[in-house]
Structures are given as C-alpha cells and as structure tokens.
Design a protein around this ligand. Structure first.
Ligand code: NAP
Length: 256
C-alpha cells in the first residue's frame, strides 16, 4: 500500500496551535514526523499542551514553542529548538499569518507593516535559519510556505495581505532555484478554509454565496491543506520544487 511515511523526519510548523497549522502538525505526526508546534498567544498554551499529549498518546513526539515570530531572534529559536530536541530539521511549514481588512485609501503604515512583518518577514527569517541547518544535513530538507488564493488573483480590501502572499509565491520560485538540489521549496495556496481566521466571513448568506462560487461546492477544512502539506513533505514529492499547489476547490479557476 502506498503511504506517506515521515518516520525519522523532524517538522517545524509555525502557527500550529489552531486552524491549518494545527492540522498540519497532527497530520505530519500521524505520518511519523516529530513535530515542533509554534504558537504566539500564551492563552493557547493549554490547548497546545493537550495536542502534545495526544500526539504522544498516539505514539508520536512533539514539543511546543511559544513566541512572537515577528521578533527575529524567535525565528532562530524555533528552528534551534527542533535541533536541540530532535537533532535535525527536515520539514518547515511557514503557516503563521494574519488576515485583517483594511481599505486601501485609508490603510495606515502600521496596518501595512503589521501584515508584512508576520506574513512575509517571518517567512524569510524562519526559512533562512532552517536552510542553514538543512544545507548541512545528509538528506537536506523541504520548506513549505502557506500562501493564499489572494496572492494569485488579488483580494479587494486586503491588498496588503494579497501582496504578502503574492510575494511569498515569488519567493518560493526564487528559493527553489537558489536552494536546490539539497532543499526543496514549495507552497500550498489555500482558498476558503474554515478556521478562526474566517469564522466571521463564513456565515449565513455570505457563506452560501462563497460556496456557490467554488466548483467543488464547499469551503475547505484544515485537513484539506494538511494533506497537501504532508504530500509535499514526503519523498512522494522528491522531484517537486518551486510549485504552487492550489487547494481551493477550484476557486481560482473561476477567475481565470
Ligand atoms: P488562524 O486560525 O488565525 O491561526 C493563526 C496561527 O498563527 C495561530 O496558531 C497563531 O498562534 C499564529 N500566530 C499569529 N500571530 C503570530 C505571531 N506573531 N507569531 C507566531 N505565531 C503567530 O489562521 P488559519 O486560518 O489557520 O491560517 C493559517 C495560514 O493560512 C495563514 O498564513 C493564512 O494567511 C493562510 N490562509 C488561510 C486561509 C483560510 O481561509 N483560513 C486561506 C488562505 C490562506 P496563537 O494561537 O498563539 O495566536
């Protein structure tokens, strides 16, 4: 039987306490990876501790990292934690991100920079520290950035968010060229996924209208994205780099 096997791999997932990141940690652990679960808000600690316990109960291993990744030193620390605990870093999933509405004509510099800091600068910094570790490992490593349909087709009232995700896609293509052959770099570009981030938007008539616009007729679940991340993390994708794997129920096709 063909299966995704991440036995003996170490994965770092940023924003692993909730939503897509949490599903990534759980799925990668299920496939055998030892995981670092990154998060920021100390109020998420209890939830994350119970994730660590549950992964352990199922025979896996995970540790938690709490820190604000917009602080550069923390981007190094989360990678170092994986090396200290598990001896290596084979998979990095840059997932932590924010999506806050701001009309373009009144957007402040603070609103712009807040989004750039987390959605782009953090992705650069974590990737940079991880690449330095991966480069010296016998089997290199793989980096997966979580982009967005917004970065492909744009999104009204979220131009700053869309710009960071479009930049992430361009960065992935550049790094695939620069860091190969030892390091593969890809991104998953999700459409509407049901998480805390989208809870307000996915209500009532608006949800029904969004669902009607998606060829596969439903919004996505975090595991839809996590399954794509697991594939890209594994040797099944050993000749895949620089790609944008769309996980959106066909949504981008509608605009093409
Ligand atoms: P979410 O439910 O809001 O979770 C965000 C995660 O990021 C949480 O784990 C949060 O940790 C962490 N985080 C926030 N600020 C941080 C910081 N400064 N430092 C470190 N970690 C921080 O988000 P989601 O919906 O799962 O989205 C995850 C990723 O997918 C994002 O990059 C988003 O842009 C992208 N995406 C989402 C959708 C969607 O429809 N949901 C669609 C396309 C792309 P705490 O729990 O500690 O706050």
């Amino acid at each position: 039987m063909l299966e995704i096997d991440l036995e003996n791999r170490v994965a770092v997932v940023t924003g692993g306490s909730r939503g897509i990141g949490r599903a990534c940690d759980e799925t990668l652990a299920q496939a055998g990876a030892r995981c670092v679960i990154g998060y920021h808000d100390p109020r998420s600690a209890e939830e994350v501790d119970s994730m660590v316990e549950e992964i352990g109960r199922l025979g896996g291993e995970a540790v938690a990292y709490c820190g604000d990744l917009t602080v550069g030193a923390n981007c190094r620390e989360i990678v170092d934690l994986a090396v200290r605990n598990f001896g290596a870093v084979h998979v990095v999933v840059n997932n932590a991100g924010m999506w806050r509405r701001a009309e373009f004509e009144t957007m402040t510099e603070a609103q712009l920079l807040e989004t750039v800091e987390l959605n782009l600068k953090t992705v650069f910094r974590v990737t940079q520290f991880a690449a330095k570790v991966m480069r010296n490992q016998p089997h290199g490593g793989t980096i997966i950035q979580i982009a967005s349909t917004a970065g492909e087709r744009g999104e009204a009232h979220y131009s700053h968010y869309a710009a960071t995700k479009g930049a992430t896609i361009a960065m992935v293509k550049s790094l695939a060229r620069e860091l190969g052959p030892r390091i593969r770099v890809n991104c998953v570009s999700p459409g509407w996924i049901e998480t805390d981030m989208t809870a307000d938007a996915l209500q009532g008539d608006q949800r029904r209208s969004i669902e009607r616009s998606i060829p596969l007729g439903r919004v996505g679940q975090p595991t839809d994205v996590a399954n794509a991340v697991a594939y890209l993390s594994s040797d099944l994708a050993s000749w895949v780099t620089g790609t944008v794997l769309r996980v959106n129920g066909g949504a981008v096709l509608v605009d093409e």
